[in-house]
Design a binder for this molecule. Structure first.
Ligand code: FRU
Length: 480
């Protein structure tokens, strides 16, 4: 019997069966991109957390592999989130080019452990000396001590581990990946603190592609406390360097910055060992309703992979997100263009709309509300637009179909703007049960999951005043 899974996406990674949350152990090695993830393959609920595993050679087509790291009789409990590196120079002594993973074990408290693979990530051995970082914290920080993200730091010639510790990030360093020493902390008094800090990531990027102007970015997921409720990912721009003899993240950022303003991009981190690019992927859900989403057999999808860049936008340096090139090339078949659009009237597209890319550029001189609506024959819709009167970008999913899994969060989601935008340019990826909206080349992103009872098949560009469409295109997915 074939089971119809109407919410299973076409170009987003989902596990065949069971539950998935955070991406883990993102590493590129020998022509393969590894995606590990928080997984339980028995049921669609959070339990027995292990590292699931998928491999891709292009970040677009994924093949699921057996679970990579699982709880066993070491007594250390579940396998929570973490990262992986290629130990090119055999710092740890397991051999040159060994893949080394770092994860948090949960029993009796959260501590950092290590596992290694000498067969291109197919099988993993837990290190006999685990945990490599013990939880010796007392006081009021009993257990939030997790999600090790390890990178190689060229300047100090050390491995650096970022760790989430309740309300701040710890930085630890090591030369052999086994013995770790605490360097510093960041976050007390910085950024958003309406929830627990989780899943950090630290990397360096050029501003506007200028080799002589690099900055460090620290990503921190927070749950709850997101701009539209529930979990979300904030970031800090600064420097990572030695200060008073310790490697320290320093930032004078005053405002809160968010990787994504939608409610469904969480715990996103970046791949280790991709040259000259920073590519991230996130979990397309939200802790406030993740266990209730109405999918069949599986629960939890990843976002599309995104290239992160630093851009100076009118004096403000921000992280932008762009869908990766290899995925862009999969949308080749044009199904509607500018000539098909009449403002405020529906274009009948058909079911190809439910796995498609939409590009739209409009003139915004005289309008105060402009956007695009996807709808179906039973009157459900999602509206994505720009409210110029009140200065926000939005996704309104309050009437998008099944919404009762998140009674409080299924509403109008906003990205509040600090300045008036001088153009509106949207690129939207629709895939059965999600929309990912990249505004103005990825300056603002909103990722949202949706569960229409019937596929969206109609599109309308709406506006409350005379609007000129500069560009409009719907392209369907081919060959995945
Ligand atoms: C983030 C998180 C991590 C933890 C993992 C458990 O979503 O809470 O902090 O390691 O999920 O699955």
């Amino acid at each position: 019997m074939t089971i119809v899974e109407k919410y299973r996406p076409s170009f987003h990674y989902t596990p065949r069966k069971g539950w998935m949350n955070d991406p883990n152990g993102l590493v590129y090695f020998d022509g393969e991109y590894h995606l590990f993830y928080q997984h339980d393959n028995y049921d669609r609920v959070f339990q027995n957390m292990s590292w699931g595993h998928a491999i891709s050679t292009d970040l677009v087509h994924w093949e699921e592999y057996p679970k990579a790291i699982v709880p066993d009789d070491d007594g250390l409990g579940m396998i929570f989130s973490g990262s992986a590196v290629v130990d090119k120079n055999n710092c740890a002594g397991f051999g040159a080019n060994t893949l080394i993973a770092f994860y948090t074990s949960t029993n009796p408290r959260q501590q950092q452990c290590m596992a290694y693979s000498t067969d291109k990530g197919r099988t993993w051995t837990k290190y006999s000396g685990n945990p490599v970082i013990k939880n010796v914290q007392g006081g009021n920080i009993p257990n939030d001590f997790r999600d090790p993200k390890v990178i190689w730091h060229e300047d100090s010639q050390k491995w650096i581990m970022s760790l989430a510790v309740q309300d701040h990030i710890d930085f630890w360093s090591s030369r052999n990946l086994k013995d770790w020493e605490k360097e510093s902390e960041f976050g007390h008094g910085s950024g958003s603190h309406n929830g627990v800090w989780e899943c950090p990531d630290l990397f360096e990027l050029e501003v506007d592609g200028d080799k002589n102007n690099k900055k460090w970015v620290l990503i921190v997921s927070i749950n709850p406390g997101g701009p539209n409720g529930g979990s979300a990912t904030q970031y800090f721009i600064g420097d990572f360097k030695e200060a008073d003899g310790k490697l320290t993240f320093i930032s004078d950022q005053k405002d809160e910055k968010w990787i994504d303003y939608g409610t469904d991009n969480y715990a996103g981190v970046t791949w280790f060992n991709i040259q000259n690019k920073v590519i991230s992927i996130g979990w397309m859900s939200n802790w406030s309703y993740a266990d209730k989403v109405p999918t069949e057999n599986w629960r939890g999808a990843m976002t599309i992979p995104r290239e992160l860049k630093l851009k100076n936008i009118q004096g403000d340096i921000i992280v932008t997100s762009e869908p990766i090139e290899a995925l862009q090339r999969k949308f080749e078949h044009t199904i509607a263009t500018t000539a098909d659009v009449k403002i405020n009237s529906d274009i009948k597209v058909g079911k190809e709309l439910s796995s498609s890319r939409i590009k739209m550029k409009v003139d915004i001189d005289e309008v105060s509300d402009v956007g695009i609506e996807f709808s179906n024959r039973v009157g459900e819709n999602i509206r994505i637009g720009y409210n110029l009167a009140k200065w926000y970008l939005y996704v309104d999913r309050s009437n998008s179909g099944k919404v009762d899994y998140a009674p409080i969060l299924n509403k109008l989601h906003k990205a509040k703007l600090e300045r008036r935008l001088d153009k509106l340019d949207m690129e939207i990826f629709v895939d059965k049960s999600s929309v990912e909206v990249f505004f103005n080349g990825g300056e603002y992103v909103m990722t949202e999951i949706i569960f229409p009872t019937e596929e969206f098949s109609m599109v309308k560009v709406y506006s409350d005043n005379k609007t000129e469409i500069r560009e409009f295109q719907i392209e369907s997915l081919s060959g995945i």
